[in-house]
Write a protein that binds this ligand. Structure first.
Ligand code: FPP
Length: 279
């Protein structure tokens, strides 16, 4: 589907996307390129992070309008702590300000805020603001916005293994019970489905220790835009691209296209699960 550029109201483009295929239930984004966006303009790196907050606002809003159920944003990785102290400190101030400024608007838009990562390592005021937002929005029924903060995939898996070990030692868990689903249930992302679509901005072809377990079958979309220039138009392109993919989950194409009693073509795992459970 060719997407026109959003002018004025972008409702027609959203309607077109909803009609043309599945809207990913869960989108995860590696927001990259803030520094380069700023440097290209002769600005300090923090100016890129500031403009990046405007992209966050736009993408959250567009995802909510499209009916995306979960949006996970890689806002601060475990490795980001190794950046110059000054940049880390400015990023934490910016996060605090964004949480304070956006909380009411998010709440009005029925967003449910969540966080994954080693939250205890964040400055106390950021932790307080975050937990306050999570509590305030816990009963909302709209988009679930998951902020990955002080997060890395290896941190998550290491943490899960350590807790599984404790449970085995205390007799709560037996070795025979270890399955992929059980491991998933020990991860910090246990309450959310795996991402259907993983977007990375700024053209880099890396996962950067993001949701390494959870993206086993996610579709990848690499945008050449730096994060501060990644707005809803680019999001729509990523979704249109997603809709052109055939998600096979390790099967062959024919298995996905055999006829269903309803005549309705089902996609990927949903179809597989349905046909596998037939008597
Ligand atoms: C990557 O760009 C971006 C980050 C490490 C931070 C992302 C943070 C924000 C967009 C602001 C706060 C977020 C929320 C959720 C309100 P980079 O600095 O690695 O860019 P570069 O690769 O060009 O150096």
């Amino acid at each position: 589907m060719a997407l026109e550029k959003a002018t004025g109201s972008d409702r027609p483009i959203q309607d077109q996307l909803v009609k043309s295929g599945d809207i990913p239930r869960h989108i995860a984004i590696i927001m990259d390129g803030n520094g380069r966006w700023a440097q290209k303009r002769g600005l300090p790196r923090i100016a890129g992070h500031r403009e990046g907050v405007n992209s966050v606002r736009d993408i959250v809003e567009a995802c909510g309008q499209l009916g995306v159920r979960y949006l996970t944003l890689y806002a601060f990785s475990t490795e980001n702590w190794k950046r110059p102290r000054e940049e880390v400190s400015l990023l934490m101030r910016l996060l605090l300000k964004a949480l304070r400024d956006e909380k009411d608007r998010l709440h009005q838009n029925e967003v449910q805020l969540k966080a994954v990562g080693d939250i205890s390592t964040l400055p106390q005021d950021v932790q307080d603001e975050l937990l306050d937002g999570i509590e305030k929005m816990k009963n909302n029924k709209g988009l679930t916005l998951i902020l990955a903060l002080s997060y890395s995939g290896r941190w998550d898996i290491t943490n899960a293994i350590s807790r599984m070990y404790d449970d085995i030692r205390s007799g709560v868990l037996k070795k025979e019970q270890i399955t992929q689903d059980l491991i998933t249930s020990y991860l910090s992302t246990r309450d959310f489905p795996d991402p259907d679509l993983l977007v990375r901005t700024s053209g880099e072809l890396r996962i950067s220790n993001f949701l390494i377990w959870q993206i086993a079958y996610s579709e990848l979309f690499i945008s050449q835009e730096y994060w501060p220039s990644f707005r809803r138009t680019q999001l729509y392109e990523s979704i249109a691209d997603f809709q052109r993919r055939e998600r096979r989950f390790g099967m062959v194409s024919e298995q996905l296209h055999s006829s269903e009693p309803t005549g309705e073509p089902l996609r990927g795992m949903e179809r597989f699960v349905k046909s596998a459970s037939k008597p």
